[in-house]
Design a protein around this ligand. Structure first.
Ligand code: NAD
Length: 396
C-alpha cells in the first residue's frame, strides 16, 4: 500500500505521525511510504532523515493526499486554509485513514468520511487491553501531557517546589494536588514528586488509590465501589450526584491547601466533570496555579478557558490544549510506535488484512463501505444519545 504522512496542521501542532524508525518498519513490511516535505520540521526530523529511512518526499499536501491509499496522521481531518479545502475532501474516495479521530466530538467529519466511503480508524478508541497496549496513543499522549502540566505549574508558581534548608532559612515544599489519577495524573504525580513537592491525589476509582500511593502521593479520594465508578475497560463512569458530592467534600477541604492543582478528570464520550467551582478558586491561596488538562472537553474547573491562561481571585487557571505537541520529539516518537504497530496490525503482505472479529480492528473502525460502524457515534448522529454535546476523552 501507499501510506501517506501529511504535515499536521492546526494551532501549535509540531508533531509528525510517523518518524524514520517506523518508516523503516513499514517499508520492511512491503509498503511504500510517502511524506509531505517539511512534515517533520516541528519535531526536529529533517526531510533528509525521512528520505534516508526510505520515504518518498512529496512536495505539497494536495499531491500527498491524492497519491496515498492510506493516510497516517495525528489530528482528525481539519480545514487546510492554504488549500481552502477540508482534509476530508483531499482523501481519495475509498481510501483509508488512521488518526486520533475523536468521532463523538467530530460528527460532521465522520458523516463526510462515510459519504466518501473512507475506511477510517480512530486511534483514541483503542481497547485498553494488554494486546493493544503498544498501540495505545491516548496513554502515550497522556504521559507527555501529565509531565508537561507539572512543568507549566512549576514555571508559573511564585514559589519553589522542593523543600530547601539554606543559610537564609528553610523553604517549605509546595503542595501539589492531582485531580484524576489516570495515565496523565500518574505521570503528573511522578513529575511533581521528582521536583520535590508534597503531592496529594484525588480520583473516584478505587484502583487509583494504590497507584497514586505507589508513586508517593497521599490519596484523598472517596471510598467508592468499583462497580459504580468504572466500566469494564477501567474508564471512569459518570457518578450519581450523591456520590459525586461525597467525593467533592474531601476535595474541597484539600484544595484550599494546594499551591498547584493539576486536573485530568475525564469520562469517555462526555464533557469533563466540573469538579472545581469558581467559589472554590476564590478560597485558594493567592498565587496558586490550576493546570486543567481537561480544558478541551470543557474543563474540570468552572473558570477554565480552553487554550488560555486566566487569572481570577489571584489564581492562574491554565487551559492548555494539545499539550503533547509542545514536546514534539518524544510525543512523535511515542505516537509513531503506536500508529505503526496499528498499521502493521491491519495489513499483511503489503495489503489491508482486516479481521472484523478482532477487537482492535473492529473496536477502532469508525466508517466502512459508506456506513458509520461505530455504534455510539451513529446513535449520536441519529439523535438517540443526546447526553453529550462534545466528544470523547482525547488528550491529544
Ligand atoms: P481518563 O483520561 O479517561 O481519565 C483520567 C482520570 O480521571 C481517570 O483516572 C478517571 O478515574 C478520573 N475521573 C473521571 N471522572 C472523575 C471524577 N468525577 N472525579 C475524579 N476523577 C475522575 O483515564 P486514562 O488515563 O485513560 O485511564 C483510565 C484507566 O485505564 C486507568 O485505570 C488506567 O490505568 C487504565 N489504562 C489501562 C490500559 C491498559 O490496560 N492497556 C492502558 C491505559 C490506561
Amino acid at each position: 500500500m501507499k501510506a501517506g504522512i501529511p504535515k499536521e496542521i492546526g494551532p501549535g501542532e509540531r508533531r509528525i505521525a510517523v518518524i524514520p524508525d517506523s518508516i523503516k518498519q513499514i517499508k520492511a513490511a512491503g509498503h511504500e511510504v510517502l511524506v509531505e516535505a517539511g512534515a517533520g520540521i516541528g519535531a526536529c526530523v529533517s526531510d533528509e532523515a525521512l528520505q534516508a529511512a526510505g520515504a518518498t518526499l512529496v512536495a505539497n499536501a494536495a499531491d500527498l493526499w491524492a497519491q496515498s491509499e492510506i493516510i497516517l496522521k495525528i489530528q482528525p481531518p481539519l480545514q487546510n486554509s492554504a488549500l481552502a479545502k477540508n482534509e476530508t475532501d483531499l482523501l481519495n474516495e475509498g481510501a483509508a485513514l488512521v488518526c486520533l479521530l475523536r468521532p463523538l466530538g467530530n460528527l460532521e467529519t465522520v458523516k463526510a468520511l462515510a459519504a466518501r466511503k473512507i475506511l477510517s480508524f480512530s486511534m483514541d478508541m483503542m481497547p485498553r487491553t494488554t494486546r493493544a497496549q503498544r498501540m495505545d496513543a491516548l496513554s502515550s499522549m497522556g504521559t507527555v501531557a501529565g509531565y508537561k502540566a507539572v512543568l507549566l505549574a512549576a514555571g508559573a508558581l511564585p514559589r519553589l517546589f522542593p523543600m530547601l534548608v539554606t543559610a537564609a532559612g528553610t523553604i517549605a515544599p509546595s503542595r501539589v494536588l492531582i485531580v484524576g489519577v489516570g495515565v496523565a495524573g500518574l505521570q503528573a504525580i511522578a513529575t511533581a514528586r521528582r521536583l520535590g513537592a508534597i503531592v496529594e491525589a484525588y480520583d473516584i476509582r478505587p484502583a487509583a488509590k494504590e497507584e497514586a500511593e505507589s508513586l508517593g502521593a497521599t490519596f484523598i479520594g472517596p471510598t467508592l465501589d468499583a462497580k459504580e465508578t468504572q466500566d469494564a475497560q477501567g474508564y471512569a463512569k459518570a457518578l450519581s450526584p450523591e456520590k459525586q458530592r461525597e467525593g467533592l467534600e474531601k476535595l474541597h477541604a484539600r484544595i484550599k491547601m494546594a499551591d498547584a492543582v493539576i486536573t485530568t478528570a475525564r469520562v469517555p464520550g462526555l464533557p469533563a466533570p466540573k469538579l472545581i467551582p469558581s467559589e472554590w478558586v476564590a478560597e485558594m491561596k493567592p498565587g496558586s496555579i490550576i493546570v486543567d488538562l481537561a480544558a478541551d472537553m470543557g474543563g474540570n474547573c468552572g473558570l477554565t478557558q480552553a487554550g488560555k491562561d486566566v487569572v481570577e481571585h489571584g489564581v492562574t487557571i491554565m487551559g492548555p490544549v494539545r499539550l503533547a505537541a509542545t514536546l514534539p520529539v518524544h510525543a512523535s516518537q511515542m505516537y509513531s510506535k503506536n500508529i505503526a504497530a496499528f498499521f502493521l496490525h491491519i495489513t499483511k503482505d503489503g495489503k489491508l488484512n482486516l479481521d472484523w472479529n478482532d477487537d482492535i480492528t473492529s473496536g477502532t473502525c469508525v466508517t466502512r463501505d459508506g456506513r458509520i460502524v461505530h455504534a455510539a457515534t451513529r446513535e449520536r448522529i441519529e439523535g438517540a444519545s443526546p447526553a453529550a454535546a462534545t466528544g470523547p476523552a482525547a488528550r491529544s
